[in-house]
Design a protein around this ligand. Structure first.
Ligand code: GDP
Length: 445
């Protein structure tokens, strides 16, 4: 997700943070590069302009404070503006209405509408314990109706029985009726798609909208189509009162143009994102986490959350809290490495760790596989309790002892210590959301 944009931006920002003093010209030059990177990522021109203007405005006259370099301040500003561009607060699907709550799904053919409908139904069923009914309104494509039925059977979600010859509005009415009688909490209406936005499609959508009076109207858009997705969203929102966007195929989206432009151009929040073909591969959209990911700052919160779903929640919370306070020690790192193994998917987890953008090459060189993780854990467990708490006391002779004890080399011990230091630094810098972090404090956040 967002790999190419992340590469570009973290490279630009990295060179800023490594400098001691910054002139206005340095900042301008970096911003020109940021601008180019965003345009190449297919972010809408007006969004790019707004973005760089805002960063420039805030960067000028920022006071230089001890312990933070001006470059780090600029990175923080870029991060903040990015979060704002993405919509600041995460917005979720709202079910606060009398049951059955109608949710209408709209979008172009192939955008991932049917898959997303089933994903949402499954999520509402499993996580929020709602009784959900799905109905396909795609009267022109019997295959689409069958697909929804198939997904329903797979996921254990009820679908409205298919009756040939009914219009979309008739099906919508029948779905609402069936839901009322069957005591359903939510009805998901999967409407027909077209190749492109056309008058007939819009007229049909408007008709269904009037009949079903949806509480949520979600547009499904394919992130891979970049600005086209944004233009489609704009066209739909001019005709229907959209309440949110479901952005699919973020898993394959290296550029991030649609994700970045969507909110600013349409004014509608991205409520969910699709991150794979599997039914459980849908996630809430958290602007702050996405921004951290794009800037290569990792996605600690998501990582910890994902871990806590599989592992001990209390432990995970404790680690998260320590990260926020900048007290992340080697015991915590060891715990993280263990969790990483348990969660599986090294590459998935790696992208979420802070500072990894910078270390990627180094890690690739080190061939970070499970064997390496095991050796890293051996290194940590060869340390004394005190050394794990305060890695700074590990000088040459202690390092030698640890290397011998774990059957590794001093170089490897050094590498591990460096990785820990970089992680701890980034964590401290990105700090707590509510102003606990050093950076946030400096900016009165
Ligand atoms: P519809 O025509 O809009 O209903 O599109 P479908 O739901 O049939 O999806 C089209 C294809 O995209 C299917 O093969 C899906 O498995 C795939 N797809 C949908 N969402 C995602 C996603 O978030 N990630 C990936 N990788 N594939 C997706």
């Amino acid at each position: 997700m967002f790999e190419s944009l992340q590469d570009r931006l973290s490279g630009i920002l990295d060179s800023l943070t490594r400098r001691g003093a910054l002139t206005e010209a340095d900042v301008s030059a970096a911003l020109r590069e940021v601008r180019r990177a965003l345009l190449e990522a297919d972010v809408a021109l007006e969004v790019v302009k707004d973005f760089t203007d805002k960063v420039k405005e805030r960067a000028v006259g920022v006071e230089v404070v001890k312990s933070v370099t001006p470059g780090q301040m600029v990175v923080k500003i870029v991060n903040d503006v990015l979060v704002e561009t993405l919509g600041s607060e995460g917005v979720t699907i709202d079910l606060n209405a009398p049951s059955p709550v109608p949710i209408m799904m709209v979008g172009l053919q192939g955008s991932g509408k049917t898959t997303s409908t089933a994903k949402i139904a499954k999520r509402l069923t499993d996580r929020q314990k709602r009784k959900v009914l799905m109905a396909s309104l795609d009267t022109r494509r019997p295959a689409a109706m069958e697909q929804l039925k198939f997904l329903g059977e797979q996921g254990g979600i009820d679908t409205l029985p298919i009756v040939a010859g009914q219009s979309a509005v008739q099906i919508a009415n029948r779905a609402m009726q069936a839901a009322r009688l069957g005591g359903y909490d939510v009805v998901l209406l999967d409407t027909a798609g077209r190749q492109s936005v056309d008058e007939a499609l819009m007229a049909e959508m408007a008709e269904v909208y009037r009949a079903a009076q949806p509480h949520e109207t979600l547009l499904v858009a394919d992130a891979l189509t970049g600005q086209d997705a944004v233009n489609t969203a704009r066209a739909f929102s001019e005709r229907l009162d959209l309440t949110g966007i479901v952005l699919t195929r973020l898993d394959g989206d290296g550029r991030g143009g649609a994700a970045l432009s969507m909110r600013a151009i349409t004014g509608k929040p991205i409520k969910l994102v699709g991150v794979g073909e599997r039914m459980d591969q849908v996630e809430e959209f958290h602007p702050e986490r996405i921004a951290n990911r794009i800037l290569g700052m990792g996605d600690i919160v998501s990582l910890v959350e994902r871990a806590s779903e599989t592992i001990d929640a209390e432990k995970a919370n404790k680690i998260a809290e320590k990260m926020r306070k900048g007290q992340f020690d080697l015991d915590d790192l060891s715990e993280q490495l263990q969790q990483m193994q348990r969660i599986g998917g090294m590459s998935g987890v790696l992208g979420m760790l802070p500072g990894i953008g910078k270390m990627k090459k180094q890690l690739e060189g080190a061939n970070l596989d499970d064997g390496v993780i095991k050796r890293q854990q051996a290194i940590i467990s060869s340390m004394t309790k005190e050394e794990r708490r305060k890695p700074d006391i590990l000088k040459a002779s202690r390092k030698k002892r640890v290397a011998a004890g774990s059957g590794t080399k001093v170089e490897e011990v050094n590498k591990l210590l460096k990785m820990h230091r970089q992680m701890a630094d980034v964590m401290k810098m990105m700090g707590g959301k509510k102003g606990k972090g050093a950076m946030a404090k400096l900016f009165g956040g």
